[in-house]
Design a binder for this molecule. Structure first.
Ligand code: DX5
Ligand code: ZN
Length: 221
């Protein structure tokens, strides 16, 4: 099943609960939550208290994307705040990739591994069997509203092939610069989950979500 994961980084934070309910009502199954620490990425977004306060708004999947240095230190706190899937960056964990995966698993949560545009697939290849989600960054992480990096399409194709050949359970999620104009290209390349921030939350949220949902259905056939 193909899934839309609206990134609340581009939401109107004064109406966050309402906007989350709008995207869920229009068909989104994941809420993508971008956590930035100002160290691994240049910007700072929000953390556990925000996640905790929106948790009662919906029972849909909280897809937490940690753009933080040494994420292993904070897994328990994100679990307590309400995360369902915890995705960390392979570049951020000082080589402690397996330990980070094990830590997330120890709380019975789904594990996601992410790679930056400049990181080759071989860096995450040894861990693919161990994760539930592979997050392909199609922009340099840190800000919403950036332009999709075209080379990402080739990376999605490469990962799709690997996942299918090895019959892995992991889904492929793609994050950054996905708009109405290029979502087809991303799905065609083999994405299972589409993350979209500004393209969902700027303008009419329900209408935008509806557009993406129709695109997903088309590729489902
Ligand atoms: C980038 C974040 C993305 C971003 C997506 O650092 O991980 O989730 O918010 O936003 P758009 O869809 O606007 O590129
Ligand atoms: Zn993200």
């Amino acid at each position: 099943m193909l899934i839309l994961a609206p990134s609340i980084l581009s939401a109107d934070f004064s109406r966050l609960g309402e906007q989350i309910q709008a995207v869920v009502h229009a068909g989104a199954r994941y809420i993508h939550i971008d956590v930035m620490d100002g160290i691994f990425v240049p910007s700072i977004s929000f953390g556990m208290p925000v996640i905790q306060s929106i948790r009662p708004c919906t029972d849909c999947v909280f897809d937490v994307h940690l753009m933080i240095d040494r994420p292993e230190r904070y897994i328990e706190e994100f679990v307590k705040a309400g995360a369902d899937i915890i995705t960390f960056h392979v570049e951020a964990c000082d080589g402690r990739v397996k330990e980070t995966i094990d830590k997330i698993r120890s709380y019975d949560k789904k594990v996601g591994i992410s790679l930056n545009p400049a990181t080759p697939v071989c860096e995450i290849e040894p861990y693919l069997e161990l994760v539930d989600l592979i997050l392909v960054m199609s922009v340099n992480p840190g800000f919403g509203g950036q332009k999709y990096i075209e080379e990402s399409t080739e990376k999605i194709v490469q990962l799709r092939k690997l996942v299918d050949e090895r019959k892995l359970k992991a889904v492929i999620s793609v994050d950054g610069g996905i708009k109405k104009e290029n979502v087809g290209e991303v799905l065609e390349a083999g994405a299972d989950v589409v993350v979209a921030g500004s393209a969902v939350f700027h303008g009419d949220v329900e209408e935008n979500t509806g557009f993406f949902m129709r695109q997903l259905r088309e590729f489902e056939r």
